[in-house]
Design a protein around this ligand. Structure first.
Ligand SMILES: [Zn+2]
Ligand SMILES: [Zn+2]
Length: 111
């Protein structure tokens, strides 16, 4: 089904501009072409893939939380050094939770 320019009724031509298909008229009118469902599906799929990739990276970053050694008294053995790291609870407005792990007896607690 050919498309005609709404401004001057000339036949619109397909033209590729920056990887997108446009219907263009010699009068200067142009509109983006969306009549190729395969292409649309492909681009949606691409976006989804990119999103999944990002999510994957995010979850990996979560796992690799930074462990720092700080001066902290262990409530169990009285050792004065502990590792600390933060865990952000997903999909909640709560602040991240601090975890501590005694470097001596490996006792783990949170605040
Ligand atoms: Zn036109
Ligand atoms: Zn301890």
């Amino acid at each position: 089904m050919p498309d005609f320019c709404p401004d001057c009724d000339n036949l619109l031509r397909k033209r590729k501009i920056k990887d997108k298909l446009f219907l263009v008229c010699k009068c200067g009118f142009q509109k983006e072409l969306y009549n190729n469902p395969d292409e649309i599906q492909k681009s949606i799929h691409k976006k989804k893939k990119a999103l999944e990739k990002n999510l994957l990276i995010l979850s990996e970053e979560d796992k690799i939380s930074v462990h720092l050694k700080i001066k902290k008294d262990c409530p169990k053995c009285g050792n004065s050094e502990a590792e600390t790291w933060q865990v952000q609870i997903r999909s909640s407005d709560e602040p991240s939770t601090h975890f501590f792990k005694c470097t001596k007896c490996k006792y783990t607690w949170r605040e």
